[in-house]
Design a protein around this ligand. Structure first.
Ligand code: DNO
Length: 368
């Protein structure tokens, strides 16, 4: 397991590379070029500049999150071929810069959705939260305004202005798109990009829908074990993988996250894992809790163990954290709580490693 930390670049992140470097166990940065609109080719020079900056601090840049998929591809419009060609070119450029994993999603219109970006917990920390009733009542355009206003002045991944500006048109176009259509459009996309990724030794890693259910009547398919299985089989290639995000899938209590991790890790389809906890209420609302198992509804120990048992060699990031100790940062992406999360994950991993080493030693002595 290689531990990483998402970073939005020196112009758009409250956290510095120097700070990240001091978190124990850091392998590298999960980077991106967030100003490039979905569908455009990522210029090689820009990718190389980012790599140089990250490498200068002794950190790796092996993962990019996200190369966003143009809405016309998800909608299956005739214009999609042009955007798919651009995507293929971006894959080639990323490969030239030594990138190993590309995280992306296939969620119509919105990426992740929350009703609140700073819900106050009893201990005074603030977290991203989802209240069903609020989401059901809110006009999507009002939700967008609220999200923008609570972002502490930072851009939000997945809420890029160019995407959001076209929201009315998008809703109109998605009116008749069913889940089956979305599967077909994903298949069409994968059939074109996976061979390019394979040729360049890149792993494509689709991120689950967050939360994993339909919102505002829009179809969502990256939601559960069966669908994930179907997706990795749409094009059966080691380059067609998952960004297995415990918190996104875990918002639905029917998703058994340790079992899902175990299955896809054992067939080598998790190049990248996002690990975080969520606390689910009886009515289905949820808040993003600290990583500690007892603070949320997910058993983080079992999740890490599932990866450990299956000899996981991919990348992990702690995903989101709470805002604590008065930090002012992009919601979910402060330094302190994500660093605490990393220490929890590494603590579990190191303990499992130790037990394994002791077991092997015992076995060795038996054979002597
Ligand atoms: C949220 C992130 C997502 C993720 C995209 C991948 O914080 O986990 O926005 O980056 O869905 O494309």
């Amino acid at each position: 397991m290689k531990m990483t930390f998402r970073w939005f670049g020196s112009q758009d992140d409250s956290v510095t590379l120097d700070q990240i470097k001091q978190i124990p166990g850091m392998d590298g940065i999960v980077g991106g070029l967030h100003d490039i609109a979905a569908g455009e080719v990522w210029p090689l020079e820009r990718i190389l500049d980012l790599k140089k900056e990250v490498h200068a601090k002794g950190l790796n840049l092996d993962i990019i999150e996200s190369v966003n998929v143009h809405e016309d591809i998800k909608l299956g419009l005739p214009t999609r071929d042009h955007y798919i060609e651009n995507y293929q070119q971006t894959i080639r450029h990323l490969a030239q810069a030594g990138i190993k994993v590309i995280c992306y999603n296939f969620m119509p219109v919105f990426d992740w959705i929350r009703s609140d970006l700073a819900k106050v917990l009893p201990d005074g920390s603030t977290v991203l939260a989802y209240e069903k009733e609020k989401i059901e009542r809110v006009d999507p355009e009002v939700l967008i305004k609220n999200v923008e206003n609570s972002a502490n002045g930072f851009s939000l991944p997945g809420w890029e202005p160019e995407r959001i500006r076209k929201i009315k048109r998008a809703f109109e176009l998605y009116k008749d798109v069913t889940e089956e259509d979305l599967f077909e459009h994903l298949q069409y996309f994968l059939e074109k990009v996976i061979p390019v990724a394979e040729e360049h030794d890149i792993k494509m890693a689709i991120h689950p829908d967050d939360p994993p259910w339909s919102i505002f009547g829009l179809p969502r398919i990256v939601t559960n074990f069966q669908n994930l299985k179907r997706i990795v089989n749409l094009v059966d290639s080691p380059s067609n993988g998952l960004t297995l995000c415990s918190g996104s899938l875990g918002a639905n209590p029917n998703n058994d996250i340790p079992a899902i991790m175990r299955y896809f890790s054992s067939i080598n389809r998790i190049p990248f894992a996002h690990i975080r906890n969520v606390k689910i209420e009886e009515n289905g609302d949820f808040t993003e809790s600290s990583h500690r198992s007892s603070d949320g509804s997910l058993d983080i120990y079992e999740i890490v163990k599932a990866l450990h048992d299956t000899n996981f060699k991919g990348y992990v990031r702690p995903d989101h954290g709470r805002m604590i100790w008065g930090e002012q940062a992009r919601p979910g992406y402060g330094l302190y709580d994500r660093a605490l999360g990393i220490m929890y994950l590494l603590g579990i991993w190191d303990s499992l490693e130790k037990v394994k080493a002791q077991k092997n030693k015992k076995r060795g002595t038996l054979y002597l």
